[in-house]
Design a protein around this ligand. Structure first.
Ligand SMILES: Nc1ncnc2c1ncn2[C@@H]1O[C@H](COP(=O)(O)OP(=O)(O)OP(=O)(O)O)[C@@H](O)[C@H]1O
Ligand SMILES: [Mg+2]
Length: 448
């Protein structure tokens, strides 16, 4: 196909070749001159007339030969052109057949529509997905495969795509798309669209996949996760209720009994004979033992559930927790608590979540960090309760949270997740560990 310019010139008809034109002109001039000379002079010798006749005959003969050659060449050229056209047609047909085979063997449904949204291509997978034969749909509108309520939106989506000038893109990013089978069943799909132009016509090819099974699995998984979350929320709640009950029993019942015992002991001590020093010492020892038992009962009750969280509120409970932590661990802890914030308005579940998260974070600092300082910040921003606990210890490793036997941080995450809050556990800028949590202050209703 890449002819050189010399070959190109030779393929031209002879009357368009410069050299042939010049040669013809020279021969014509010579013939005219010769014949003219003979005619004008009138008494030429026979040989000159004979030469002129021969030359004339030669010129006419060459003309005839050249004309025949041209005719033969033109015929050959036309035959060659016909053969080339036939070959090109065969190649195109072969390519089309191969393309059709590829399109037909594709796992995904492939549908091509023209600018008026009529179907021009419908592969075998599309026949299976839409449950109809291609000869039943070619030429009809793509709308028949779009659920009625999505038709306007679908048409607008294709038009919007046509106007972008982009050649291909995923359809309905982030939203679930629906299609309609020939028997009227709607099903979820995932699809992409591409645009091509052929012979001035616009074509849009939609490649789509039936994702019914995947959606069902995803829905079931989501339902299961939700159920698990609800279950764990109920377990947390039940544990809190149980702890509250035991704490109250310990604090009120046992506490009162111990106080009564203390009063009885005081009554008894007052009535001891004056010289019974041994008995008085024993009574003093019993009194000290009773004091420490009262202290232990209070501490155990408070650890189970600080009754002040219910009685006095979150702010006092946080104060108590931080002071108790500092006293027992020897780690200096700074508390930054927004004294103006209306913590009393915080519902029970988020208050408990923050209290338990703080308790777990401080226990972890004492157990794992080796820190010398800790910082606690609790505040309210609008309807969001924030807690930020930081230490200057060894820092947590990313894999630590997933330790199989460790439940503290997992429980914290579960509670926060259920309350639709956020939690991050990472290395603090100072090098230690930072736990950041925020939860909405409103109560979340349990379903069912
Ligand atoms: N402040 C911290 N500094 C350093 N490492 C920490 C800190 N907090 C947690 N870790 C690491 O993260 C791990 C997981 O903590 P998590 O509270 O989930 O479990 P645990 O404390 O080991 O056990 P428990 O179930 O009793 O809470 C810990 O074992 C520890 O290695
Ligand atoms: Mg822990």
């Amino acid at each position: 196909m890449n002819d050189t310019s010399a070959e190109h010139v030779l393929r031209r008809p002879i009357w368009r070749q410069p050299r042939a034109i010049v040669a013809t002109a020279v021969v014509a001039i010579v013939l005219v001159a010769l014949n003219g000379a003979i005619l004008l002079r009138g008494d030429e010798p026979v040989w000159l007339i004979a030469a002129a006749v021969v030359a004339d005959m030669l010129a006419v003969g060459s003309g005839i030969v050249l004309a025949m050659r041209e005719a033969v060449l033109a015929e050959a050229q036309s035959l060659r052109a016909q053969r080339e056209t036939a070959q090109a047609h065969a190649a195109v047909e072969d390519m089309e057949a191969r393309l059709a085979a590829i399109v037909d063997s594709a796992m995904d449904a492939i549908i091509t529509i023209n600018a008026t949204q009529s179907i021009v291509l419908f592969n075998r997978a599309a026949e299976k997905v839409f449950r109809c034969r291609r000869d039943q749909v070619i030429g009809s509108s793509i709308e028949r495969f779009v659920p009625v309520q999505h038709r306007a939106e679908h048409s607008a989506r294709i038009n919007a795509f046509a106007n972008t000038g982009v050649t291909a893109r995923r359809m309905g990013d982030g939203i679930m798309l629906w299609a309609l089978r020939a028997d009227g069943e709607a099903f979820p799909i995932e699809s992409s669209i591409s645009h091509t132009t052929a012979a001035g016509e616009h074509y849009y090819t939609i490649i789509l996949r039936d994702v019914t099974l995947r959606k069902q699995t995803e829905d079931a998984l989501r339902r299961q996760q939700q159920e698990l979350r609800e279950l764990s929320a109920r377990v947390f709640e039940a544990r809190e209720e149980e702890k509250t009950l035991i704490a109250r029993e310990l604090h009120d019942e046992l506490g009162q009994l111990l106080t009564a015992l203390k009063m009885d002991l005081a009554w008894l001590s007052e009535r001891l004979p004056r010289n019974a020093d041994a008995l008085a010492d024993k009574a003093a020892q019993m009194n000290a033992l009773l004091d420490s038992t009262v202290g232990s009962v209070r501490r155990i009750a408070a650890e189970l559930r600080p009754l002040m969280l219910d009685d006095l509120g979150l702010a006092d409970a946080v104060h108590w927790l931080v002071e108790d932590f500092s006293r027992r661990s020897g780690i200096a802890c700074r508390l930054d608590l927004d004294s103006e914030a209306p913590f009393d308005d915080v519902a029970r579940a988020p208050a408990t979540a923050v209290y338990r998260a703080l308790q777990e974070s401080l226990t972890n600092i004492a157990r794992h960090s080796g820190a010398r300082h800790a910082w606690v910040r609790v505040g309210l921003r609008g309807t969001i309760l924030h807690m930020d606990v930081e230490d200057d210890g060894c820092g947590i490793d990313p894999g630590d949270v997933a330790k199989p036997r460790s439940l503290g941080l997992k429980g914290m995450r579960e509670r926060v997740h259920y309350l639709e809050g956020t939690l991050s556990i990472d290395r603090a800028p100072r090098g230690g560990t930072r736990v950041k949590l925020s939860v909405p202050t409103t109560e979340k209703e349990l379903n069912g």
